[in-house]
Design a protein around this ligand. Sequence first.
Ligand code: GLA
Length: 670
Amino acid sequence: MLALLATRQEVPACMPEEAVVSLSPEFGAGFSGSAGVQIHRGGTQWSVYSQIQSVSIEENNRLSIVSRCRGTEIELTHRLGLDCDSDVLSASTELCNIGDSRLSVEQCNAPSIPVPLDYNKILGFQGRWANEFQLQPVDRFMGTYLRENRSGRTSHDSFPGVIIHTEQTNEGSGAAYGLHLGWSGNHRIRIDEQFVGRSYAQLGELFFPGELSLDPNQSYCSPVLYGATTNNGLSALSRCFHRYVRSHLTDARMAGKAKLVHFNTWEAMYFDLTPMRLQALADSAAEVGAERFVLDDGWFKNRKSDCAGLGDWTVDKTVFPDGLGSLIDYVHAKDMEFGLWIEPEMVNPNSELYRAHPDWVLSAPPAPLILSRNQLVLDLTRTEVQDYLFNCIDVLLNQYPIAYLKWDMNRVINQPGNANGRAVTHYQTLALYELLSRVRAAHPKVEIESCSSGGGRADFGILGYTDRIWPSDSNDALDRLTIQKGFSMFFPAELMGAHVGPKDCHITGRSISIATRTGVALFGDMGIEANLLEMDNEEKGVLTEAVALHKQHRQLIHNGDLVRLDTSKRENSFGIIAANQQEAIFSYALLNSPATTTMGRLRFRGLDEHTLYKLTIVWPSPASSIPSSSSSSILDVINGSVVSGEALMNVGLQLPIMQPTSLLVFHLTS
Ligand code: GLA
């Protein structure tokens, strides 16, 4: 029936029949777009034309299609899985060299996805350090939408995900596809609209020249493409991915475990660490309710600035003469777990490691080595480098009761050549996964955070090995609202590190109230990253209340269903609703001055029409601290009242007069 419906008519001056957009469209079949698999053997055997050999359906809705091309001597296995609970498709392409000579591989994308022509809006991502996950809406056009990443990590600027939707689609309704490549290395995303009147999306790994070739019988498997489709708007699309992450990518050892509130030392102390000040910070962190104390950069040998030390993973005895033991004991005595920052993939030329093994770094001679943040990238594909790094981490984790690692990666890999002169980003990425899995296998209780100068390594691939993502180095609460919104397109709240920064943001210089800073951080895996020793008592009081509020509602925030509300550009609003719709928490933030004297209505979504909800304003506390008009505030009237889901969603709540950069959090219970 589908084939019948796809019948096309010959058009003058065109091919009588166009090659289909198959899972890997083929040059041999006459495909004039981007062939899914692009290979050759010394310039010949390039034209793939394969025949299906077998189709097998396995348990859990998994389908494998094996096809072979006699001409190029390759075998392709397309694996497709559909997860019934989340509706997420996972799809990969495996390529095996069944010839007897070496096969050069230029491209082997995950299965291609035909895109309906009326899905003509592309919602991609752009970004930079400290401003990641910015949505980039583009009208699809005839030609190629192409995003390429050669940064050797997932990247700040080209998150490997894209949403394709119709003109009518918004957060609450309309059709959309969401596609994401679970890969932490180089990638390419393309959406082609062909003049023949069709469109397709292709996501796959991007190789440097000569990077991938296969010996006889050797295989390459593309990263997994994750896809979902909905007719119910972008929030529904995100919920598919959130459910999938929760059921398939969140490690079993995290099941049911509460995400602890962090205190992180970075913006509090930078490299200026002393045991006394750390202890004082631990005192304050415990007072405000932190449950984990993370010692960030600066604790290891010679690390007084970012100019030295990376590679030498032993404790700096000038700062900690007796090691980290007494600080950890102190932190434990305050009822907090201890976490530690590391950046294993890197080396500073000013380090013992580099002096001993200058040949261990990636390079691209004759070009001089390019330093970034004064550091070079270790070649993880060398066994001795892997072993050295594993051993350093293993020793630390054996020596100290460290419950958590913040695993950082602070530069792009723009000279990804190994000692033999080959580009190795593909193998470097696999070697990183291997190192992480060795660490997890040896220390299964240790949680690991994926950080890469903020959100440079956020993808479903790294989630196979890590438990939290640091989405951005910017703790500016206003910028965070946008960053967190973009992040939420594919990732659920519990994976999202969200820290309360200092009053004057270190990155933007913007000064934001403690009520708003905390109100924004409430909705992730909350943390604190400010110098508590300089915070006045009033701010500390608000922070303490916010941490308590987060703990009270984190079960909901970390398990519920997200709805983002369609708002004007001056606003940001979303809610998280319990699966049974009997409880919800909503945030409404006013970013800029309102256009009108009276604010609009907040129309909730995702509630049950027939349920009566008690509506409580839980933040800021007390609600009356919101500067309001001279008459009494709508908040005083509405707080604690009971309203039906139907009225909250269809009529909406009159918002109070608010100042820009303030926010409100509503809690609803049936
Ligand atoms: C990166 C991280 C920060 C911090 C510093 C330490 O920039 O993103 O959170 O850990 O490194 O050098």
